[in-house]
Design a protein around this ligand. Structure first.
Ligand code: HEM
Length: 478
C-alpha cells in the first residue's frame, strides 16, 4: 500500500458514492417538474399526487447528495494539496460560481417549493421547481468546466509552477465540455426517468393485491411518462456518447484504443471486439469475438479506416513527454481491462434501457394495461432501477482512469498531485472512516426511501392536506 494508491482509492470511493446522488437528484427533479407542469396544464389531480409523491424521493436524494459532496471537497485538501496548489487558480472561479449561482439557487427554490403548496399561485409554484432544475444543471456546468479542463487544458498559462487562467471564455468554450456536459446531463435525466419508472414498477409488484384503483392508475401514468423519458434520454445519451467517442480518437487516443482493446495498429478494415481477453502485462489480446469492419464503421462512419494501437500511441507519448516526469518513471498505458469492460457495461445498459422502454411504450399504447399485470415485466423494470447507477459509474471510470498518468492532461501527473505530508496511516484511517460513513449514509437513504414507498400517492396527498388544515398559518385553517 502506497500513499498514491490509498489516496487514489479514497478519491474513487468518495467520487463514486457522491455520484450516485448527483444524477439521481438532477433526473428526479426534472421528472417531478414535468409532472407538475402536466398538473398545471390539465388540472388533473393525479398529476398533483404524482408530483408530491415522487417529489419526496427527490428531496431525499438531494439531502444525502449534499452531505457526500462536502466529503468530496475535504479529501481534495487532505490528499491532493499539491494538485490544489497547481490548479487553484483555474478551479477557484468555476467552483465559486457553482456555490454562488447554482447551489444557492437550488437550495432557495427547494425551500420555496416545499413550503408553498397551496399558498402561492399554481404557476408560481411550478416556477420554483423549474428553478431548482435549472440550478442543478448550472451546478453541473461549473463542475464539469473544471473537470473538462483536467481532460483538455485550455485558456491557461504556467507561471511559477502553477496553472493560471488567462481566458475564462476558453474554459467555457472547451470542446471537451460541450460533449461531457451533454452526455452527463442526458445520462442524469435518463437516471431519473429509469429510477422513477422502476420504483413505480416495484410499487405495483409489492402492492398488487392491496393497492387501490386510484393508486394503480397513478403508477401506470408514472410508468408511461417515465418510459417516454427513458426512450428519449437513452437515445440522446447514446448519440452524444458516440460523438464523444469520435472526439477521443483525436484528443485522447490512448483512452480510445483501450476502450476497444487495440494494442497493435489495425489494417484499413478494423474489426470490433465484442468481448476480448486482454493481458496488460504482455500487451496482447489472447482471444476475442470480432465483428469485421465494425470498428472502422463506429470510428469513422465508413467501413475503411485504421485505428492506431496502444503500443504506437505509447511510443508517441514517450517521445512527446519523455519517460520520466518530475524524476519519476511514467507509463502511458491506461488500465485497459477496466476501460474495455466499463465501456461495454455503459453502452450495454444504455442500449437495454432504450429497447425496454420502446417495447414498454408499444405494449401500453392507447391505454392498454395488461403489461402492468405481468410480474416478470414489473421485475425487469424494477431491477433496471439500478442500471443507470452502474452505467454512470463505469462512464466515469472510463473518463478518469483513461487520463492516466495525468491529473491534468499533459501538464501534471497523479504522482505530482498527492499531498507531500500525508501518511499511509492517516490515509488508512480516513479511508476506513469514510467507508463506514458512506455505508451508514447508504443504509439511511435506503431505509428512508423504503419508508416513503410504504405509502401510496393518494394517501400522501390526503395526509398532507390533513397537516395543512392543522397548520394555523394554512389558508382556511380558521
Ligand atoms: C451507446 C451508448 C454510450 C456511448 C457511446 C457512450 C460514450 C462515452 C464515452 C466515450 C465516454 C468517455 C468520455 C471521455 O472520457 O471524455 C463516456 C463517459 C460517460 N458516460 Fe457514456 N456512453 C454511452 C452510454 C451511457 C449511458 C447509458 C450512461 C448513463 C446512464 C452514460 C454515462 C456516462 C458518464 C457519467 C460518463 C462520464 C462523464 C463524461 O466523460 O461524459 N453513458 N461515455
Amino acid at each position: 500500500m502506497t500513499i498514491v494508491s490509498l489516496a487514489r482509492f479514497q478519491f474513487a470511493m468518495t467520487t463514486i458514492f457522491h455520484y450516485f446522488f448527483v444524477p439521481f437528484s438532477i433526473g428526479t427533479v426534472f421528472v417531478v417538474a414535468v409532472m407538475e407542469t402536466r398538473y398545471v396544464q390539465t388540472k388533473d389531480p393525479a398529476y398533483r399526487k404524482m408530483t408530491k409523491f415522487w417529489g419526496n424521493i427527490f428531496l431525499l436524494s438531494f439531502a444525502v447528495g449534499v452531505v457526500t459532496g462536502l466529503i468530496q471537497e475535504f479529501q481534495f485538501g487532505m490528499n491532493w494539496s499539491d494538485y490544489s496548489r497547481f490548479m487553484g487558480d483555474i478551479f477557484g472561479a468555476p467552483l465559486a460560481f457553482e456555490a454562488l449561482m447554482a447551489f444557492f439557487v437550488e437550495s432557495t427554490f427547494i425551500g420555496l417549493w416545499m413550503f408553498t403548496w397551496d399558498r402561492v399561485k399554481k404557476g408560481l409554484h411550478l416556477f420554483f421547481i423549474w428553478m431548482v432544475f435549472i440550478g442543478t444543471t448550472v451546478s453541473a456546468l461549473w463542475i464539469l468546466t473544471a473537470n473538462s479542463f483536467m481532460q483538455h487544458p485550455v485558456g491557461y498559462t504556467i507561471k511559477n509552477g502553477r496553472a493560471e487562467m488567462v481566458n475564462f471564455g476558453a474554459l467555457l468554450a472547451n470542446k471537451q465540455l460541450l460533449f461531457e456536459y451533454g452526455h452527463v446531463v442526458l445520462a442524469a435525466l435518463l437516471t431519473g426517468a429509469t429510477v422513477i419508472t422502476g420504483l413505480a414498477a416495484f410499487q405495483l409488484l409489492k402492492k398488487k393485491r392491496t393497492v387501490s384503483d386510484v393508486n394503480k392508475k397513478i403508477y401506470h401514468k408514472t410508468m408511461r411518462m417515465g418510459m417516454w423519458m427513458m426512450l428519449i434520454f437513452s437515445l440522446g445519451t447514446i448519440l452524444v456518447g458516440d460523438l464523444q467517442m469520435k472526439y477521443l480518437v483525436k484528443e485522447q487516443p490512448m483512452k480510445f484504443a483501450a476502450t476497444e482493446a487495440v494494442y497493435t495498429t489495425t489494417g484499413k478494415k478494423a474489426p470490433w471486439s465484442v468481448v476480448a481477453l486482454v493481458d496488460p502485462k504482455t500487451h496482447k489480446t489472447e482471444a476475442s469475438i470480432d465483428i469485421p469492419d465494425m470498428l472502422s464503421l463506429l470510428t469513422y462512419g465508413k467501413t475503411t479506416g485504421s485505428v492506431t494501437g496502444m503500443k504506437e500511441i505509447n511510443a508517441q507519448l514517450e517521445k512527446k513527454y519523455g519517460t520520466k516526469i518530475g524524476g519519476q518513471k511514467v507509463s502511458y498505458y491506461v488500465p485497459v481491462n477496466t476501460l474495455f469492460w466499463s465501456f461495454r457495461v455503459m453502452v450495454g445498459f444504455g442500449s437495454l434501457l432504450f429497447l425496454v422502454s420502446l417495447c414498454g411504450l408499444i405494449a401500453t399504447r392507447r391505454g392498454r394495461t395488461a403489461m402492468y399485470e405481468k410480474r416478470w415485466v414489473m421485475w425487469l423494470f424494477g431491477l433496471l432501477t439500478f442500471s443507470p447507477f452502474l452505467a454512470n459509474t463505469t462512464g466515469w471510470m472510463i473518463t478518469e482512469f483513461g487520463r492516466y498518468p495525468w491529473t491534468v492532461y499533459g501538464l501534471f501527473t497523479i504522482a505530482q498531485s498527492v499531498s507531500p505530508n500525508v501518511s499511509v496511516t492517516s490515509l488508512l484511517i480516513s479511508n476506513i472512516v469514510y467507508f463506514l460513513l458512506f455505508t451508514g449514509l447508504a443504509a439511511v437513504m435506503i431505509a428512508l426511501i423504503c419508508r416513503e414507498l410504504r405509502h401510496d400517492p393518494n394517501e400522501v396527498e390526503e395526509g398532507q392536506l390533513e397537516k395543512l388544515t392543522a397548520d394555523p398559518f394554512a389558508k382556511g385553517a380558521f
